[in-house]
Design a binder for this molecule. Structure first.
Ligand SMILES: [Ca+2]
Length: 302
Protein backbone atom coordinates (compact mmCIF):
# COMPACT_ATOMS: atom_id res chain seq x y z
CA UNK A 1 0.00 0.00 0.00
CA UNK A 2 1.46 3.35 -0.92
CA UNK A 3 1.46 6.34 1.40
CA UNK A 4 -1.47 8.08 -0.26
CA UNK A 5 -3.81 5.10 -0.09
CA UNK A 6 -2.75 4.52 3.51
CA UNK A 7 -3.69 8.12 4.40
CA UNK A 8 -6.96 7.77 2.53
CA UNK A 9 -7.77 4.57 4.41
CA UNK A 10 -6.84 6.19 7.72
CA UNK A 11 -9.13 9.13 6.94
CA UNK A 12 -11.99 6.77 6.11
CA UNK A 13 -11.46 4.84 9.35
CA UNK A 14 -11.42 8.07 11.38
CA UNK A 15 -14.58 9.31 9.68
CA UNK A 16 -16.13 5.88 10.27
CA UNK A 17 -15.39 6.15 13.96
CA UNK A 18 -17.04 9.55 13.99
CA UNK A 19 -14.23 11.10 16.00
CA UNK A 20 -14.77 14.49 14.41
CA UNK A 21 -18.51 14.25 14.53
CA UNK A 22 -21.09 14.99 17.11
CA UNK A 23 -20.78 13.93 20.73
CA UNK A 24 -23.15 12.51 23.32
CA UNK A 25 -26.20 12.73 21.06
CA UNK A 26 -29.40 11.30 22.54
CA UNK A 27 -28.15 11.40 26.15
CA UNK A 28 -30.44 12.92 28.80
CA UNK A 29 -29.22 15.85 30.89
CA UNK A 30 -30.59 15.79 34.46
CA UNK A 31 -33.04 18.62 35.12
CA UNK A 32 -31.40 19.24 38.51
CA UNK A 33 -28.01 19.83 36.87
CA UNK A 34 -29.53 22.35 34.42
CA UNK A 35 -31.24 24.18 37.25
CA UNK A 36 -28.01 24.43 39.25
CA UNK A 37 -26.00 25.42 36.18
CA UNK A 38 -28.36 28.34 35.49
CA UNK A 39 -28.03 29.47 39.13
CA UNK A 40 -24.31 28.91 39.81
CA UNK A 41 -22.43 28.81 36.51
CA UNK A 42 -19.08 29.49 38.22
CA UNK A 43 -19.26 26.29 40.27
CA UNK A 44 -16.39 24.08 39.06
CA UNK A 45 -17.92 20.96 40.60
CA UNK A 46 -20.85 21.26 38.17
CA UNK A 47 -18.42 21.02 35.26
CA UNK A 48 -16.75 17.94 36.76
CA UNK A 49 -20.17 16.40 37.42
CA UNK A 50 -21.11 16.99 33.78
CA UNK A 51 -17.82 15.42 32.65
CA UNK A 52 -18.64 12.28 34.62
CA UNK A 53 -22.08 12.04 33.03
CA UNK A 54 -20.96 12.80 29.46
CA UNK A 55 -17.51 11.76 28.40
CA UNK A 56 -15.59 14.15 26.16
CA UNK A 57 -12.05 15.43 25.75
CA UNK A 58 -12.93 19.03 26.66
CA UNK A 59 -14.36 18.29 30.11
CA UNK A 60 -12.05 16.58 32.57
CA UNK A 61 -13.40 14.61 35.53
CA UNK A 62 -10.20 15.12 37.54
CA UNK A 63 -10.14 18.06 39.91
CA UNK A 64 -6.38 18.69 39.62
CA UNK A 65 -6.79 19.20 35.84
CA UNK A 66 -8.54 22.48 36.69
CA UNK A 67 -5.50 23.96 38.42
CA UNK A 68 -4.30 27.06 36.60
CA UNK A 69 -7.12 26.71 34.09
CA UNK A 70 -10.08 28.96 33.53
CA UNK A 71 -13.08 26.60 33.46
CA UNK A 72 -16.13 27.65 31.53
CA UNK A 73 -19.79 26.86 31.96
CA UNK A 74 -22.11 29.04 29.95
CA UNK A 75 -25.72 27.87 29.82
CA UNK A 76 -28.48 29.77 28.01
CA UNK A 77 -32.16 28.87 28.27
CA UNK A 78 -33.97 30.04 25.18
CA UNK A 79 -36.85 28.99 22.97
CA UNK A 80 -35.43 28.34 19.51
CA UNK A 81 -38.36 26.89 17.59
CA UNK A 82 -42.11 27.24 17.20
CA UNK A 83 -43.34 25.37 20.29
CA UNK A 84 -43.68 26.91 23.74
CA UNK A 85 -40.89 25.07 25.59
CA UNK A 86 -37.35 26.39 25.89
CA UNK A 87 -34.20 24.66 24.72
CA UNK A 88 -30.73 25.02 26.24
CA UNK A 89 -27.46 26.07 24.65
CA UNK A 90 -24.33 25.12 26.55
CA UNK A 91 -20.61 25.78 26.31
CA UNK A 92 -18.66 23.73 28.82
CA UNK A 93 -14.96 22.98 29.27
CA UNK A 94 -12.08 22.57 31.68
CA UNK A 95 -10.53 25.61 30.00
CA UNK A 96 -12.39 28.46 28.28
CA UNK A 97 -10.63 28.09 24.94
CA UNK A 98 -11.40 24.39 24.58
CA UNK A 99 -15.06 23.59 25.16
CA UNK A 100 -17.96 21.53 23.95
CA UNK A 101 -21.03 23.19 22.59
CA UNK A 102 -24.31 21.37 23.14
CA UNK A 103 -27.91 21.93 22.13
CA UNK A 104 -30.28 20.35 24.65
CA UNK A 105 -33.86 19.92 23.49
CA UNK A 106 -36.92 20.81 25.57
CA UNK A 107 -37.16 17.12 26.57
CA UNK A 108 -33.61 17.51 28.01
CA UNK A 109 -31.89 15.21 25.52
CA UNK A 110 -28.71 16.32 23.78
CA UNK A 111 -29.54 16.88 20.11
CA UNK A 112 -26.24 18.43 18.99
CA UNK A 113 -22.67 18.53 20.24
CA UNK A 114 -19.45 19.93 18.81
CA UNK A 115 -15.93 20.24 20.16
CA UNK A 116 -14.64 23.81 19.94
CA UNK A 117 -10.97 24.73 20.07
CA UNK A 118 -10.47 28.51 19.84
CA UNK A 119 -6.76 28.90 20.68
CA UNK A 120 -7.09 31.74 23.20
CA UNK A 121 -10.59 33.06 22.64
CA UNK A 122 -13.78 32.58 24.61
CA UNK A 123 -16.63 30.89 22.78
CA UNK A 124 -19.38 33.33 21.93
CA UNK A 125 -22.98 32.50 21.37
CA UNK A 126 -24.65 34.52 18.67
CA UNK A 127 -28.44 34.63 18.42
CA UNK A 128 -29.43 36.09 15.09
CA UNK A 129 -33.11 36.81 14.56
CA UNK A 130 -33.90 37.75 18.14
CA UNK A 131 -37.37 39.09 17.35
CA UNK A 132 -38.63 36.00 15.53
CA UNK A 133 -39.78 33.08 17.58
CA UNK A 134 -37.92 30.62 15.33
CA UNK A 135 -34.34 31.63 15.92
CA UNK A 136 -30.97 31.12 14.27
CA UNK A 137 -27.95 30.72 16.48
CA UNK A 138 -24.27 29.98 16.14
CA UNK A 139 -20.69 30.65 17.08
CA UNK A 140 -17.20 31.23 15.82
CA UNK A 141 -15.29 28.11 14.78
CA UNK A 142 -11.55 27.66 14.32
CA UNK A 143 -10.29 25.27 11.63
CA UNK A 144 -6.63 25.89 12.21
CA UNK A 145 -3.92 28.41 12.75
CA UNK A 146 -0.17 28.75 12.57
CA UNK A 147 2.37 31.40 11.74
CA UNK A 148 1.02 33.49 8.91
CA UNK A 149 -2.23 31.62 8.47
CA UNK A 150 -5.53 31.09 10.24
CA UNK A 151 -9.08 30.20 9.38
CA UNK A 152 -12.07 31.14 11.54
CA UNK A 153 -15.62 30.64 10.34
CA UNK A 154 -19.05 31.49 11.70
CA UNK A 155 -21.47 28.62 11.90
CA UNK A 156 -25.21 29.28 11.93
CA UNK A 157 -27.74 26.66 13.04
CA UNK A 158 -31.49 26.17 13.16
CA UNK A 159 -33.61 23.73 15.17
CA UNK A 160 -36.60 22.04 13.59
CA UNK A 161 -38.54 19.15 15.15
CA UNK A 162 -35.75 18.26 17.57
CA UNK A 163 -33.10 18.29 14.85
CA UNK A 164 -30.23 20.78 14.58
CA UNK A 165 -29.09 21.78 11.08
CA UNK A 166 -26.12 23.83 9.98
CA UNK A 167 -27.87 26.32 7.70
CA UNK A 168 -24.94 28.61 6.92
CA UNK A 169 -21.21 28.80 7.41
CA UNK A 170 -19.35 31.93 6.40
CA UNK A 171 -15.84 33.24 6.90
CA UNK A 172 -15.09 35.13 10.06
CA UNK A 173 -11.49 35.70 9.11
CA UNK A 174 -9.11 33.73 6.95
CA UNK A 175 -5.55 34.56 6.19
CA UNK A 176 -2.50 33.26 4.39
CA UNK A 177 0.57 35.46 4.17
CA UNK A 178 3.29 32.87 3.54
CA UNK A 179 2.28 31.82 0.03
CA UNK A 180 5.54 33.03 -1.47
CA UNK A 181 4.98 31.98 -5.08
CA UNK A 182 1.24 32.64 -5.33
CA UNK A 183 -1.66 34.70 -4.05
CA UNK A 184 -1.90 35.61 -0.39
CA UNK A 185 -5.35 36.25 1.00
CA UNK A 186 -6.76 38.14 3.90
CA UNK A 187 -10.54 37.77 4.09
CA UNK A 188 -12.74 39.15 6.83
CA UNK A 189 -16.38 39.71 7.61
CA UNK A 190 -17.83 42.26 9.97
CA UNK A 191 -20.90 44.35 10.61
CA UNK A 192 -23.06 41.24 10.84
CA UNK A 193 -26.71 42.23 11.28
CA UNK A 194 -30.07 40.64 10.91
CA UNK A 195 -33.19 42.25 9.65
CA UNK A 196 -36.52 40.60 8.96
CA UNK A 197 -35.01 37.13 9.24
CA UNK A 198 -32.21 37.87 6.75
CA UNK A 199 -28.56 38.04 7.78
CA UNK A 200 -26.41 40.85 6.39
CA UNK A 201 -22.66 40.25 6.29
CA UNK A 202 -20.06 42.75 5.12
CA UNK A 203 -17.06 41.13 3.42
CA UNK A 204 -13.65 42.60 2.87
CA UNK A 205 -10.83 40.85 1.09
CA UNK A 206 -7.30 41.70 0.10
CA UNK A 207 -5.67 39.29 -2.35
CA UNK A 208 -2.07 40.16 -2.99
CA UNK A 209 1.39 39.02 -4.10
CA UNK A 210 4.45 39.42 -1.96
CA UNK A 211 7.13 41.97 -2.84
CA UNK A 212 9.93 39.36 -2.79
CA UNK A 213 8.15 37.31 -5.46
CA UNK A 214 7.64 40.38 -7.65
CA UNK A 215 11.32 41.30 -7.32
CA UNK A 216 12.34 37.71 -8.09
CA UNK A 217 10.25 37.89 -11.25
CA UNK A 218 12.63 40.65 -12.34
CA UNK A 219 10.11 43.46 -11.86
CA UNK A 220 11.24 46.60 -10.17
CA UNK A 221 8.98 47.06 -7.19
CA UNK A 222 8.90 48.93 -3.91
CA UNK A 223 6.51 48.21 -1.06
CA UNK A 224 5.50 45.18 0.99
CA UNK A 225 2.93 43.68 -1.31
CA UNK A 226 0.83 44.30 -4.37
CA UNK A 227 -2.94 43.86 -4.21
CA UNK A 228 -4.66 42.40 -7.22
CA UNK A 229 -8.04 42.69 -5.53
CA UNK A 230 -8.73 44.83 -2.50
CA UNK A 231 -12.41 45.19 -1.61
CA UNK A 232 -13.80 46.60 1.60
CA UNK A 233 -17.52 46.97 1.24
CA UNK A 234 -19.27 43.97 -0.22
CA UNK A 235 -22.45 43.25 1.72
CA UNK A 236 -24.08 39.87 1.15
CA UNK A 237 -27.66 39.20 2.26
CA UNK A 238 -28.44 35.65 3.30
CA UNK A 239 -32.09 34.54 3.35
CA UNK A 240 -33.61 31.35 4.65
CA UNK A 241 -34.73 28.91 1.96
CA UNK A 242 -37.18 26.38 3.45
CA UNK A 243 -36.73 23.98 0.51
CA UNK A 244 -33.01 23.39 1.09
CA UNK A 245 -33.05 24.37 4.80
CA UNK A 246 -30.10 26.69 4.08
CA UNK A 247 -29.40 30.39 4.19
CA UNK A 248 -28.73 31.33 0.58
CA UNK A 249 -27.69 34.50 -1.21
CA UNK A 250 -28.01 35.88 -4.67
CA UNK A 251 -25.26 38.35 -5.40
CA UNK A 252 -22.87 38.52 -8.35
CA UNK A 253 -20.22 40.45 -6.45
CA UNK A 254 -19.11 37.30 -4.67
CA UNK A 255 -19.64 34.03 -6.55
CA UNK A 256 -19.96 30.60 -4.94
CA UNK A 257 -16.44 29.76 -6.15
CA UNK A 258 -15.07 32.91 -4.51
CA UNK A 259 -16.76 31.85 -1.27
CA UNK A 260 -15.07 28.46 -1.60
CA UNK A 261 -11.72 30.11 -2.16
CA UNK A 262 -12.19 32.25 0.98
CA UNK A 263 -12.12 28.99 2.94
CA UNK A 264 -8.84 28.01 1.21
CA UNK A 265 -6.86 31.24 0.91
CA UNK A 266 -3.67 29.60 -0.37
CA UNK A 267 -5.26 27.51 -3.12
CA UNK A 268 -3.92 29.29 -6.20
CA UNK A 269 -5.63 27.16 -8.84
CA UNK A 270 -8.97 27.71 -7.10
CA UNK A 271 -8.18 31.43 -7.00
CA UNK A 272 -7.60 31.48 -10.77
CA UNK A 273 -10.87 29.67 -11.37
CA UNK A 274 -12.95 31.69 -8.91
CA UNK A 275 -11.59 35.06 -10.05
CA UNK A 276 -11.33 34.21 -13.75
CA UNK A 277 -13.78 36.89 -14.93
CA UNK A 278 -12.40 39.51 -12.57
CA UNK A 279 -8.86 38.67 -13.73
CA UNK A 280 -9.94 39.09 -17.37
CA UNK A 281 -11.40 42.48 -16.53
CA UNK A 282 -8.27 43.46 -14.63
CA UNK A 283 -6.12 42.26 -17.52
CA UNK A 284 -7.83 44.55 -19.99
CA UNK A 285 -8.21 47.57 -17.72
CA UNK A 286 -5.34 47.31 -15.24
CA UNK A 287 -1.72 48.37 -15.29
CA UNK A 288 1.28 46.70 -16.96
CA UNK A 289 2.21 45.25 -13.57
CA UNK A 290 -1.27 43.73 -13.25
CA UNK A 291 -0.86 42.06 -16.64
CA UNK A 292 2.63 40.72 -15.84
CA UNK A 293 1.46 39.24 -12.54
CA UNK A 294 -1.70 37.73 -14.05
CA UNK A 295 0.41 36.19 -16.84
CA UNK A 296 2.76 34.75 -14.24
CA UNK A 297 -0.09 33.27 -12.16
CA UNK A 298 -1.91 31.79 -15.14
CA UNK A 299 1.29 30.27 -16.52
CA UNK A 300 2.44 28.74 -13.25
CA UNK A 301 -0.58 28.20 -11.04
CA UNK A 302 -3.32 26.72 -13.23
CA1 LIG B 1 -38.82 25.11 21.88
Amino acid sequence: MNKLSFLLLLALVLIGQNIFAQINIGEQVPEEWLKKALEQPSDKSLIIEFGKLFFSEAVSTKSYMYDEKEPLLNLTKINLDNDIESEYLLFIGTNYSETNFYVIDDNLSIIFGEYLYLHNEYPQLRIYNTLDQHKLFGYKFLYGRGSGHWLFSNKVFRVESGKVSLVLEFIDSSNDSFNYAGINGKIETNNIREYGGDIFVKYSYDLYLRYDLIQDLGIEFEGNSYSLFDENEVTIIYSYDPVTNQLVYNDHNISQEMMEYFFQPSNDSLFLKAFNNKLDEKYSQGSNLDRKLIDYLRRNKN
